[in-house]
Design a protein around this ligand. Structure first.
Ligand SMILES: NC(=O)c1ccc[n+]([C@@H]2O[C@H](COP(=O)([O-])OP(=O)(O)OC[C@H]3O[C@@H](n4cnc5c(N)ncnc54)[C@H](O)[C@@H]3O)[C@@H](O)[C@H]2O)c1
Ligand SMILES: O=C(O)C(=O)C[C@@H](O)[C@H](O)[C@H](O)COP(=O)(O)O
Ligand SMILES: [Zn+2]
Length: 362
């Protein structure tokens, strides 16, 4: 199958998202042509290092580029400032300078950490994204949101910093655990709800092909998500308005993720958050019951959770809600669906409705 390319159009900071099978072996050649750095620091977690570290280094070295693998322990629990500080020291000790560049090889945790590191190391060096989870291929590797968590909440420290290119090799999804594939599918469903009813219908129809990682369906799915994200980011890079729609499912989702102490992965927390937002939308009168059911049914079809686990502390969820960046002057912003393919942003949801949805058992 031919390569698919989606462009993120940001003037002189525009960049390509290249999508194809077998791309990992070709990135060295492409990077040499782009002349992004003298030496490449390949930042990756221990799991991905074991699976794809060697392949990535070989791709760069066979193109005549110098590269070094630098690892950190996998998992959301390590997406914090201490990891960034340790990686920055490692770069300095290995002599990385302003002529060098970073490669984020891994999932969203690696991408968020590496992008942030690239933005602040020596006040900014270039980086590229090589996402290896479905979630990172359809969402986190695109758009330049980088950052880490604080004990007080998710992604509370970070900057907007765009990559120079995104390389999506669909082959790497074959080693991804099912749980992680499903997490990515939650963000995929998000795109259908916020912007594209036809894509929502496509997902409804193609579940088996998606789970079987059928190449044509997978490429179409990843490309459509990247197109929608690029379309949003091109209009509102720094989340002054439209970009907030990408946060559908993340208001309650992020609070649930943090309250579970990251035992619930990001994508699954977003699935729960999208169902909660659909319920809130019905309660506030902006969404028809049957559309809320359609959203919940698709989430269930992809074997994702729909409700907040009973054992999670509701008060803790409310505390995290108030610490989130979506809370301004004490008012929490929600992205609520109005129909499949259309959402609105509001900070006028009553505490009573939020309480009802958070405490609701199903
Ligand atoms: N910046 C953004 O725009 C943005 C968007 C969405 C999510 N995020 C962030 O992304 C993070 C979630 O990303 P994620 O779901 O990719 O999690 P992740 O990076 O933790 O990856 C999930 C797990 O899969 C393993 N893994 C990665 N690729 C693999 C492969 N090909 N085969 C086998 N195992 C593999 C990793 O080692 C990890 O243990 C969260 O921190 C979330 O906040 C950021
Ligand atoms: O790119 C964006 O914008 C998003 O909101 C994408 C989300 O899927 C992602 O989880 C993001 O990290 C959330 O950002 P935050 O600013 O709410 O922390
Ligand atoms: Zn997300």
């Amino acid at each position: 199958m031919a390569e698919t390319v989606v462009t993120v159009g940001l003037g002189d900071r525009s960049y390509p998202i290249r999508i194809s099978s077998g791309l990992l072996a070709k990135i060295g050649f492409d990077l040499r042509q782009r002349d992004i750095g003298t030496k490449y620091g390949v930042i990756t977690d221990d799991t991905v290092a074991e699976l794809y570290g060697k392949q990535c280094l070989q791709s760069l070295e066979s193109a005549g580029l110098r590269a070094e693998l630098i690892t950190f322990p996998h998992g959301e629990a390590n997406k914090h400032m201490e990891t960034v500080a340790a990686l920055a020291s490692e770069l300095a000790q290995r002599g990385f300078d302003r002529g060098d560049a970073l490669i984020a090889l891994g999932g969203g945790v690696t991408g968020d950490i590496t992008g942030f590191l690239a933005a602040i190391y020596m006040r900014g060096i270039p980086f590229v994204q090589v996402p290896t989870t479905l979630l990172s291929q359809v969402d986190s590797s695109v758009g330049g949101k980088t950052g880490v968590d604080l004990p007080e909440g998710k992604n509370l420290v970070g900057v907007f910093y765009q990559p120079k290119a995104v390389y999506i090799d669909t082959d790497v999804l074959h080693t991804l655990p099912l749980d992680e594939l499903q997490g990515g599918l939650a963000e995929v469903i998000k795109y259908g709800v916020i912007h594209d009813a036809d894509f929502f219908a496509f997902l409804k129809k193609n579940k088996d092909a998606v789970f079987a990682l059928q190449q044509d369906v997978l490429t179409r799915l990843i490309a459509r998500c990247c197109e929608i994200k690029a379309w949003v980011v091109e209009q509102d890079e720094r989340e002054g308005g439209l970009r907030r729609i990408l946060n559908f499912g993340h208001t309650i989702g992020h609070a649930v993720e943090a309250a579970s102490d990251f035992q619930l992965i990001h994508g699954k927390s977003v699935a729960i958050g999208m169902c909660a937002a659909a319920k809130l939308a019905v309660r506030t009168g902006c969404l028809a019951e049957q559309d809320a059911c359609a959203i919940q049914d698709l989430i269930e079809r992809y074997e994702l959770p729909r409700s907040i686990p009973a054992e999670l502390d509701r008060q803790l969820i409310k505390k995290y809600l108030l610490n989130d960046k979506k809370t301004i002057a004490g008012r929490v912003f929600y992205v609520l669906p109005e129909a499949i393919g259309k959402v609105m942003i509001t900070n006028q949801v009553s505490a009573h409705d939020v309480d009802a949805v958070i405490t609701c058992p199903v």
